[in-house]
Design a protein around this ligand. Sequence first.
Ligand code: ADP
Length: 579
Amino acid sequence: MKTIEKTILLPVVVVFSAVMTVVIISFFMSLNNAGKELNSAASEYANESTGMIKDRLNIFEETLRAGVGLFAGNGTVSKEQFSNFINTSAVLERYSGAQSVGYAKVVPGSQLTNFSDMIRTTTTSDFTLYPEGSREQYAPVVYVEPQSDNNKRVIGFDIYSEASRQKALNTARDTGMVAVTGVVQSVVDKSESGRSFVMYAPQYKQGMPTSTVEQRRVAIEGYVFAGFRIAQFMENVLPADNDEDVSFKVTVGEDKVDFYRAPDYNTLTARNHVTLETDLPIGSNIFHFTFAYDRNSQLADNDSRPIAILIFGFVTAILIAGAVWLILRGKANELLLEQERGINEAKDNLLSLASHQLRTPATGVKQYLGLLLQGFAGELDGQQKQLLEKAYAGNERQLKTINDVLYLARLGSGRIVLSKSTFSAERLIRDIVHELHDEIETKRHRVTVKAPKRHRDFYGDAHLIRMAIENLITNAIKYTHSGGKIAISLQYAKEGLKITVEDNGIGIEQSQQDRLFEQFERIDNDLSIAVGGSGIGLYVVRNIAGMHDGHVEVTSELNQGSRFTMVMPYMEPDQPNVG
Ligand code: ADP
């Protein structure tokens, strides 16, 4: 068994390792996936948010372009026309986010006074350009919508006067495209809430070429603009941020100037978080968005999955390996049994063949020796007779062993069929003792046979029962030192026929007694080598008793003697019994 288990261990370990390899790969893939899922959820949110911002700015870009178109169509545009245009488009109402939409006119330094006078007479009586100062070029705001008190204060503000605005204005002018500033401070609100950005669309003088940068610089006439308060814009454009596990900030330009930071950005980034960055080009500026996600909450659902895969996979691997183990062991045992059966069959055939070949000549020898001993070939002198008797006894032992082996062979091949008859067990025993007379005499044993007065016949296989009793008596003779006592008794007991063979011989150690009835088991003792034997006798005895539904008992004590009792229940003559 041990070798079978060793042999099947390797394939079982291979199967287990293969399954575990798959499990471990799945484990790592699932770990990786959790990260990927987080990334895809994050980029989805980021795309959505930046998309909304871009869409909203596009609307204003279009509005500014439409405003420029208004100038192209009309040459000059009055305050009312501008106001009508903005109110008609209703862009400020429909798309909240912008603080103001207006128009600033480019005025060379030399024309400032004339221009201011003109505006005061045509549009705004108290028009004043600010901040003051002598500059080469000005771009004062002339119209602004809606005309709220705050917005009105912007009229006259020179948007060229401030560096970050000027940069975007120049870009718009030079490229002909809409340009966006970085962070600028509102002209009317100097507090935190006044952090703003402005979008400019260039408007060129009618009829002038605008193909090159130089031509555009000459042709520039004014700018239509939209001003946004950053915080307000973000709040308006993005859906309400109810998700405390995600937040973002925006920086602008190459220097990554802080543009916007969602209120919960700092608290979120203080926690265990992951970030995702994305750039959004708007006009000539690049806005860098940094989205921050709470790592634990994003992974919470997926976190248990890799562990579940590992546990489930491990259990599956054990089950599969266990099943493979059981299947292989079953198959191996089956093969082994089949092999054993084949070997046994071959052994039995060989035994049977050998014994038959031995028995015929041995029986012949017995007959010839008998004839010689009986004086058929002339009177024998004392020594001749003695030698012939020894030869006769040796031949007897040989025949007995051959018979035992033959029985074994027939038993192995299932060829033993009880041939039952009614007989006298007492007579059988007395016959055997008679037959063994010479051996008994040689060892000068005293043999007694005791049987109840009231006789009772037994129904069974007389030939086999004789063989069994002969074995027990022969053993008693063999394993008792010369001059021993052998008591054979017969009892018609309640449980059946009891035949007891008791001697005062060398006995058997308690620890060895279990082995007695095993096939080919001999127990070493003072006499076992001298007397010889095959180790089959007691096996045959027990087997024959078993064939008659009986059993054999033994009690023995070392150096005191042994008692073997064969018990066989009575059977009805008509009851068939096939062994
Ligand atoms: P064998 O006599 O051919 O060796 P058996 O199967 O008849 O084989 O007996 C098995 C062993 O049991 C013997 O080798 C012997 O040691 C022991 N044995 C059998 N009968 C007796 C007995 N009456 N007294 C002591 N030992 C015995």
